[in-house]
Structures are given as C-alpha cells and as structure tokens.
Design a protein around this ligand. Structure first.
Ligand code: ADP
Ligand code: MG
Length: 378
C-alpha cells in the first residue's frame, strides 16, 4: 500500500491537507461454508489493502479519483445520486449506509489506491468499504459509530448498492484485524475472540488457480437446502447445534447426499475449534493437518472443489507443505497454504511449473502476513 502515491494523486487532483486512511483485505484460515450454518469462521486481515487520502470539501458532493483505474467520479449524497462507475458505487454506498445510521455525511474529495488483487478471494471490496466507513466515522461522526456497525455498513453496501448478498466475515475482518492475530467469529452470536497467529519458521501463501467455474444451477443454494433439511431432521435450528453422533443416528432417514453435506459442516465446526486450541499451543502441524482435512471435506463431501484446486492441494501434500486447502466458496480461486520456510521456494516453483504444464497457465502466488485492520495513518 503506497501512501505517497495516494497523497500525490490527491495533490494532483484536489487542494488542501488530506487525512489518510487504510484498510486491509483478508484471508480465512479455516471455517468455510459455516457462516450460514451458524458456525465459526476464522479470518485475519492481511498486509495488502486500500489507502485513501480524504478531505471534506464543503460541498454537497463527493469527488473521487481512483489511482488504479485512472478514473474520476463525482456524485451527490442523496439516494438518487448513485454514480455509474463500479468502484464509485462502493464509496457512494458507504456514504448512504452511514447516513442511514444518522451520520451527517458531507461532501469530500478523495484519491485512493489498493494492492489487494481483485477477485482473488482476499476481498478487495471489503477493504474499500472499510476504508471509507472508517474515514467517514472519523471525519463526520466523531468516531461514535462502533466498529461492528462499520463492518455492517460495508456488508449493507454490498447488499444494497452492489448487488452482492455477502455475509459479514470480510468486512468484519477488515475492520477488526489485528497484527499477529486471527479472529474466531461466531456467526450465530456474532461474538469473536482473537487467537495468536505467529507461525515462526512458516509462511502463509495463497496460490491463485486463476480459474472460476461458472455452474449452471446454483450449487450454493443446493448446499444450503441440504443443511437446512438435515437440521430440521435433527430438530435443531442450524447444524451448529449438531454433533457427529447426532448425524449418525439419523443417517438412514436422510439422503446420502444430505448426509455428506452435513458431515462436512459438522466436521468443519470441530476443525475450527481444534485449530484454535492448536494455535494456543503453537502447534502448527495440527493447524496444517486440519487444513488438509477441510480441503478434502470440501472436495469429497461438500463437493465444492474442482480439478485445479484438488491438483494444487495434492501437489502441496507431495511437496511436504504443512497445510493446504481451498479458500472461499469453491469451484475455483485460491488455495491457502501453510509452508515451512525451507520448503517455500521448492513448493512455489513446483506449483508454477506443474500447474502450467497441466492447465496451460501459471497460478499466481501471494505471500500474506497477518496485519492490522482499518485505521487512520495520518
Ligand atoms: P473481491 O473478491 O476482491 O472483493 P469483488 O468483485 O467483490 O472482488 O470486488 C472488486 C471490486 O471492488 C472491483 O471491481 C472494484 O470495483 C472495487 N475495487 C477493489 N479494489 C479496488 C481498487 N484498488 N481501485 C478501485 N476499485 C477497486
Ligand atoms: Mg468482494
């Protein structure tokens, strides 16, 4: 995140002494497809994100410049003033959602840039939303809006102004991130806890397959329906309240497919808890083992993997990588990998070489370091 570039862009387009804000993207170490089952997710903020230079302009409009798109946008602050540019919709949406919380959002000038790879599963959009939600809270609301509400502002921006019906995890992680810590968020109670993540001697990296399989019918809705059917059969609200033994008891009453879906979800709840225990002990081998279990659960039981991601997980195993799994919903995108430093170079070159030999293009590699959440820089 290059603060100087953003400040220079601000000076080139606007006048005055700006404040500078930043928010990160995120990874999710483990806990996938658990949110809509009332379970746990386990994200952390990363060391890439969005930086914005902002100054109130005394007008009733926002003037924004995107360094990365090399584009300007200008829009009013009323509901009917939505801008055309996709990126500007996020800023507009955040202004509107903050106004809905009673904040008197006024006009401002801003320039911003980012280094979260777009659409790679690190949630560049949440980084963008959190940056502006944090800034508006600081500039126009005396920071009276609490951090959870800021995360919700980002989520509601996606729902109401972008058309993406996302959960709260991405924005939550971007706002609450803390250097050297992951956060276990309970998606039922919305309570969360920090856990130390300081893998000395290991590196955390994402391997982006750069494939995304578009599927004809909606596999996510079908997964959700399976989970709901099993919860109902068990007489619980969500699978969060079910244990493996409960599932075995009703195995004959449900379809083979529903059984497998629920088996994954119930297993995943336990894996998140196991990883938390392991982190407290500094036992990164167990963390890695659970990551592989999640991968193969997503692949064989939940059936949301794809050939390329299975290939990357197998390759990781073959290279002696401590843990690897699909990150995100599935059917493409990245794997997240925990690898010993001494194996890092060999793994990265093998992943590039062998993946390219089979699929015709190299995967993209991103190293990540767990970092702080939304903040004012100057
Ligand atoms: P992701 O998984 O990275 O969140 P999304 O499709 O949800 O992918 O969000 C990407 C969108 O967010 C981009 O199309 C763009 O509109 C906006 N965005 C993210 N980062 C930037 C940036 N650095 N500059 C401008 N717009 C950005
Ligand atoms: Mg997004």
């Amino acid at each position: 995140m290059d603060v100087d570039i953003v400040k220079k862009a601000f000076a080139d387009h606007f006048e005055g002494q700006c404040a500078v804000y930043a928010s990160p993207g995120r990874i999710n170490l483990i806990g996938e497809h658990t949110d809509y089952n009332g379970g746990f997710v386990f994200p952390g903020a990363v060391d890439c994100g969005i930086v914005a230079a902002i100054l109130p302009n005394g007008l009733d409009k926002v003037r924004a410049y995107s360094v990365d798109m090399n584009e300007s946008a200008e829009f009013g602050l009323k509901e009917e003033d939505a801008p055309q540019q996709g990126w500007a919709k996020y800023i507009f949406g955040v202004c509107r959602e903050m106004a809905k919380l009673g904040v008197e959002v006024k006009g401002f000038d801003c320039a911003f840039a980012g280094d979260v790879p777009l659409g790679a599963g690190m949630s560049s959009s949440a980084a963008l939303e959190s940056t502006f939600a944090y800034a508006i809270n600081d500039l126009f609301a005396g920071n009276k809006i609490d951090k959870f509400a800021l995360a919700k502002v980002g989520q509601m921006t996606e729902h109401h102004y972008v058309g993406v019906n996302c959960g709260i995890m991405d924005q939550f992680a971007s706002v609450f991130g803390k250097k050297g810590n992951l956060m276990r968020l309970d998606c039922r109670s919305m309570e969360f806890e920090y856990f130390p993540f300081d893998p000395q001697g290991y590196k955390l990296l994402l391997v982006n397959s750069v494939v995304k399989h578009e599927l004809v019918d909606s596999p996510y809705n079908k997964r959700r329906e399976s989970c709901e059917r099993v919860a109902k059969a068990l007489g619980v609200e969500t699978l969060r309240d079910a244990e493996a033994e409960d599932l075995e008891r009703i195995k004959d009453e449900i379809s083979e497919e529903d059984y497998k879906r629920a088996k994954y979800v119930i297993g995943e709840k336990q894996r998140v808890l196991d990883v938390c225990d392991a982190l407290i002990k500094g036992d990164y081998e167990t963390v890695g083992a659970r990551m592989y279990q999640t991968h193969w659960g997503m692949s064989k039981d939940y059936e949301v993997s794809c050939e390329e991601l299975d290939f990357l997980a197998e390759l990781a195993e073959k290279c002696g990588v401590t843990g690897a799994r699909i990150m995100g919903g599935g059917f493409g995108g990245c794997t997240i990998n925990l690898v010993k430093e001494e194996l890092y170079d060999d793994f990265v070159s093998a992943a590039k070489r062998e993946f390219a030999a089979k699929y015709g293009h190299e995967p993209k590699i991103y190293d990540v370091v767990i970092s702080d959440g939304a903040r004012r820089l100057e």
